[in-house]
Design a protein around this ligand. Sequence first.
Ligand code: ATR
Length: 267
Amino acid sequence: MRRLAVLGHPVAHSRSPAMHNAAFAALGMAEEWSYEAIDVEPQGLEERLHEMPSEGFVGANVTVPHKGAALAGADELSEVAREVGAANTLSFAAGAIRADNTDAIGLIRSLPGRVRGRRALVLGAGGAARAAIWALAKEGAVVDVGGVDVWNRTAQRAEEVAVRLGGNPISRPDQGTYGLVVNCTSVGLCGEDPFEQLPLSPGKFADQVVVDLVYGERPSELLRAAEEHGAYVVDGIEVLVQQGAESFRIWTGIDPPLDVMRTAARP
Ligand code: ATR
């Protein structure tokens, strides 16, 4: 058996096991491959990672709050993981841990072509935001993003990450001027009102693409309002599926069935 897992804290809510196991089943690989969720506290991460290969694990995803520590604990880094400064995908081979970041490419693959030539606004400055800023600044050429503004509640963090990753820190974004708005903060996860906590108004959405990385059982308040006002919305499940598909390719060398993963990932 080749085992995979997502390591997080908390991690019970993760849709990754359902999504990857559905892909293994659809491809007839379930006898040989499995994917599970493992709750690991921050202080236990390094030890757990080093035990995993001897238990049959060939790789792992890491999620909140381990994306920075996973990078620091790896023996080898992909160029994207090093530049973003965070890892979400680990591979164990020949006694070494290799770290990749598939959040960046996952976001780019989730976007429709409608952002062409227009600026992007990234809200947040944590690990998810760093991948988004890097992706839009570097790979944004694929979808022709005309620049990346970065807003964060703690302005100093916006400055630090924007300077490092190729975005422009901004304190008062003009919502209607962006072709793309990406919420990479955790606002909405615990029922917070996005229009109180973020520099956005429901009435100022327009013909834009709006992405919310927060996902739950229902569409987020942010996406509901954006769609109502004419925006094209992309939810966190789509980004999860796209980053998961890229991790799947790294571990197995096989292209997974996206529709099977999408259906399984929906709570
Ligand atoms: P992750 O690695 O998943 O991105 P993180 O590093 O904890 O998680 O980042 C969480 C992001 O959500 C940060 O940008 C945080 O803003 P601060 O840097 O000011 O802490 C943002 N965030 C969390 N709660 C928020 C709130 N109530 N209002 C606005 N931003 C919030």
